[in-house]
Design a protein around this ligand. Structure first.
Ligand code: AMP
Length: 361
């Protein structure tokens, strides 16, 4: 595809905060962002040139949307594959359906990662309580039962502490197809955000270190405090994954790092990711701009590592209620997503702490 000139229209499936920040990055490069989302009054729609409210099952609506743009991308991985295929009949879709296909189902994702010669948590495919009991005997407890599809932010997961909890755990997930994962007692969680262009050029950001609570990302720090060997192993794994997918755009690979230096891939997000938000305020290019560049067929910008460590704090639920105090912090940059209502666990914004003298607690 030849590079899209400024003034071109970039379609984004999804209207959340990632779509919003992608739309703003697109606008900065002179593009018009068109949003397609089932949600009325979405955060992304309010900063975009055009927005359509429609369902991902509405083939006619998607066809009309995609026919009105020059390329289509997505902000989340739970877009149905058929919706992407519908769009692809009208406009180039980047990343392609292959990136979604291998990442929206945890079982397929783990098999793909293992097939590349990379490590994951031990896992088993389970669909009946008897499978779970057998898998628990093999993997031990604690273990985590996860739905194969549609999980995010710790949703669709149940921790199993003892073998007798198998049936209850499966019914807590509504009997959905699931995998059982052995518990990894990691020392740290890491992620690699990277851009990959159509010509195969690969541009990784500095390795990021992440802290989750209740399955939700709370805090990211870059660069991660890991050895050069671990950092290059993580970057190499992300490159192998991006190449294996033939990915065009930004992706995120999340890892568990164990005390003995063993690195296991936890999850792949075929899109911009919360743990890469620090790139907006530190370094040569943000993950959002890099993604739009890849989608538009523009050259990627080689990312530069932050000059000093940078910390990103998520603002969740009512964390952003006191926006006056947050806005008054001289070394912080405040990003709010324009969501109308607070709910517990809902991501409302984030704060990037730059030029730090010391790590904030
Ligand atoms: P996920 O949605 O699979 O990324 O899980 C969300 C978070 O739950 C991870 O970032 C970890 O903090 C934790 N977690 C998930 N799977 C495991 C596992 N197999 N062992 C230990 N912790 C896990």
């Amino acid at each position: 595809m030849s590079p899209l000139p400024p003034g071109s229209r970039i379609g984004i499936l999804g209207g959340g905060q990632l779509g919003r920040m992608l739309a703003m990055a697109a606008a900065e490069l002179g593009f018009d962002a068109h949003i397609y989302t089932p949600e009325a009054d979405s955060p992304a729609a309010r900063v975009a040139a055009n927005a359509v409210v429609g369902s991902y099952e509405d083939a006619e609506g998607l066809t009309r949307f995609a026919a009105g743009v020059d390329a289509v991308t997505f902000e989340f991985e739970n877009v149905p594959l058929e919706a992407l295929a519908t769009c692809a009949a009208q406009a180039p879709v980047r990343p392609s359906a292959r990136s979604l296909e291998f990442t929206q189902d945890r079982l397929i994702e783990k098999q793909f990662v293992r097939g590349l010669g990379l490590e994951t948590a031990p896992f088993a495919d389970v669909s009946a309580a008897t499978d779970v009991t057998a898998a628990l005997a093999a993997l031990g407890t604690p273990a985590i039962l996860k739905t194969r599809r549609l999980g995010y932010d710790g949703k669709g997961q149940v921790r199993i502490g003892a073998p007798g909890e198998a049936a209850a755990a499966l019914s807590a997930l509504g009997g959905a197809p699931a995998i059982l994962e052995g518990f990894v007692s990691f020392e740290r969680e890491l992620s690699v955000l990277a851009g990959r262009a159509e010509d195969g050029s690969f541009a990784p950001f500095a390795v990021t270190e992440n802290v989750h609570a209740d399955g939700i990302l709370r805090r990211s720090k870059a660069p991660a405090a890991v050895s050069a060997e671990i950092a290059s192993e993580a970057l190499e794994a992300a490159k192998r994954i991006a190449n294996g997918l033939g990915h065009i755009g930004v992706l995120a690979v999340e890892f568990f790092l164990e005390a003995d230096g063993r690195l296991r891939v936890n999850e792949i997000a075929p899109r911009v990711h919360n743990s890469g938000h620090w790139t907006q305020d530190a370094g040569a290019v943000s993950q959002f701009e890099q993604h739009i560049r890849a989608v538009a067929g523009w050259p990627l910008v080689p990312p530069t590592p932050p000059v000093k460590p940078v910390v990103m704090l998520n603002l969740i639920g009512d964390d952003a209620t006191d926006w006056r105090a947050l806005a008054a912090q001289p070394t912080a940059r405040l990003h709010l997503y324009g969501k109308r209502a607070h709910r517990p666990g809902r991501k409302m914004g984030h704060l990037t702490l730059i030029n730090l003298q010391a790590d904030p607690s």
